[in-house]
Ligand binder design. Structure first.
Ligand code: UDX
Length: 456
């Protein structure tokens, strides 16, 4: 490298995620991708997140801001939490940008989670590029945007819901915060508020890829500067020849890595992986039906049951199934999904889990819980045809027989052939999207060119 090259200012992005696992992971992985492309990254974590998560290795620096709850927010409701975060966060983000400038590491761009829509205002006050990073699918963003703009009226009165670019939706396919906003008033405001100030953003990134959601992405791109940049799944999992930082870091939960050794001992596509992400709290009865369904299949299973959910497991289930099953409180999910032993993923269809399964070619059994998950489940089954959505009973519980039926559907026999074929197709398309010259890679390059053109 000659001196001129060395002295050139490396564009510097400050990345601000909302401090929950499902939002930290994709923004962190995106940061790593940018860092590999020569961008300097500073991640802004809340003080509490910084104190309570596994610490960082690799190329990304972490600095802290405050959400006003440095010792943890305990059971503070969402509304007062967001209000305080906005007030204290605006101030401390601004101070951090000043500090980085004064210490010779000026920031060029703030990439922010639109759950924190005030961040772009701070970025603009500092004369910086602002980029919103939407952690959910283009389809779900479009539903929220239509509600935000009053084009989709709530409460939903029709039996079928039409949103441009999407298949007709039944009420049960619509994100729970929209279909039942009275039960989640804070969350309803939160998802609509993502569009507050968005017109100030120079880029609107979506963790998806163009080939997955073409029509709806094109429609959204007519309104906002939308760029699909995903999947953020690290390249080494998409293409086993590649190596790069694979760990999630900033992990709120500690993974039980020994499950990988257990998987090593299983044959190809023989194991059912079960996980409901970082937030879902299943009904006791649902846990029991799931457990009994798994037992009835007599197949191997690896089940993530967070410590807070453990007491809902049926008594003596662990002991009775120890020949076949392994239960862990958290696992290295990407490594698990990328393992040849996994044949099926029973998932709540959180967007990260859905996209990770799509891009690693693992057929899904969808058991959505709340938020965007029912929409993701609808698309997995009817559009991407990469899995099946389990049918709940009248009490909204997916029974044991239904669990068995769905597992058989994707893992065995003729009817699962299409799902398994599509699993390969989506894995290939996801890999191509982020490979050099692919749709997501081109969008990232365009962003990098903009940063390079403005960097001093
Ligand atoms: C939340 C919402 O619930 C989800 O609907 C929304 O789309 C994103 O925010 P969460 O419920 O945690 O996320 O689910 P998901 O989006 O699937 O994210 C979970 C993340 O944790 C994934 O990246 C997954 O790989 C990781 N994970 C999960 C682990 O690393 N280990 C585990 O054992 C389980």
């Amino acid at each position: 490298m000659d001196n001129r090259e060395e002295n050139r200012h490396k564009p510097h992005c400050l990345v601000l995620p909302f401090p929950i696992q499902g939002h930290i992971n994709p923004m962190l992985q995106f940061s790593k991708r940018l860092s590999h492309k020569g961008i300097r990254i500073t991640l802004a974590a809340t003080k509490h997140l910084f104190k309570t998560t596994q610490q960082f290795s690799g190329s990304i620096s972490v600095e802290t801001i405050s959400d006003g709850f440095d010792e943890g927010k305990a059971d503070v409701d969402l509304d007062p939490y967001l209000a305080r975060f906005e007030q204290v966060g605006t101030e401390t983000l601004s101070e951090l940008l000043d500090k980085l400038r004064d210490s010779g590491r000026p920031v060029d761009c703030v990439i922010y989670d639109p759950f924190l829509p005030w961040a772009v205002v701070v970025a603009k006050k500092h004369g910086l590029v602002g980029a919103a990073f939407f952690t959910q699918s283009s389809s779900v963003n479009s539903i929220y945007y239509n509600v935000y703009k009053g084009q989709l009226k709530v409460p939903l009165l029709d039996k079928e819901i039409a949103v441009a670019g999407l298949p007709l939706l039944e009420i049960s396919d619509v994100p729970s915060f929209v279909r039942d906003q009275d039960s989640h008033p804070g969350s309803f405001e939160l998802v609509l508020n993502q569009f507050r100030n968005v017109e100030e953003a120079d880029f609107v990134f979506v963790n998806s890829f163009y080939e997955l959601e073409e029509e709806v992405t094109d429609l959204m791109a007519k309104i906002l500067p939308v760029k699909t940049i995903g999947p953020t799944t690290p390249s080494m999992y998409l293409d086993k020849r590649l190596t790069e930082d694979k760990d999630y870091d900033l992990s709120i939960f500690k993974p039980v890595n020994s499950c990988m050794k257990w998987l090593e001992e299983r044959t190809n596509k023989s194991v059912i992986y079960v996980s409901f992400g970082s937030m879902a709290k299943l009904e006791g009865e649902q846990m029991e039906e799931l457990a009994l369904g798994l037992k009835m299949t007599n197949k191997y299973f690896l089940w993530v049951v967070r410590s807070s959910e453990e007491s809902k497991l049926p008594k003596s289930f662990v002991q009775e199934t120890q020949e076949k099953g392994l239960i862990v409180s958290w696992c290295p999910q990407l490594e698990v999904l990328a393992h040849d032993a996994i044949g099926c993923f029973i998932t709540h269809c959180g967007w990260n889990s859905t996209l990770e399964a799509l891009s690693l070619g693992v057929p899904m059994v969808a058991v959505p819980w709340w938020s965007d998950q029912s929409t993701n489940a609808k698309l997995v089954m009817d559009v991407w045809k990469m899995g099946i959505r389990a049918r709940p009973d009248v009490k909204d519980i997916v029974g044991r027989e239904e669990i068995v039926r769905c597992i058989k559907h994707v893992m065995e026999g003729e009817e699962g052939n299409e799902v398994r074929k599509n699993a390969k197709k989506w894995r290939e398309l996801a890999r191509k999207a982020v490979d050099e010259g692919g749709s997501s890679d081109r969008n990232i390059q365009e962003f990098l060119s903009t940063l390079e053109s403005i960097a001093p």
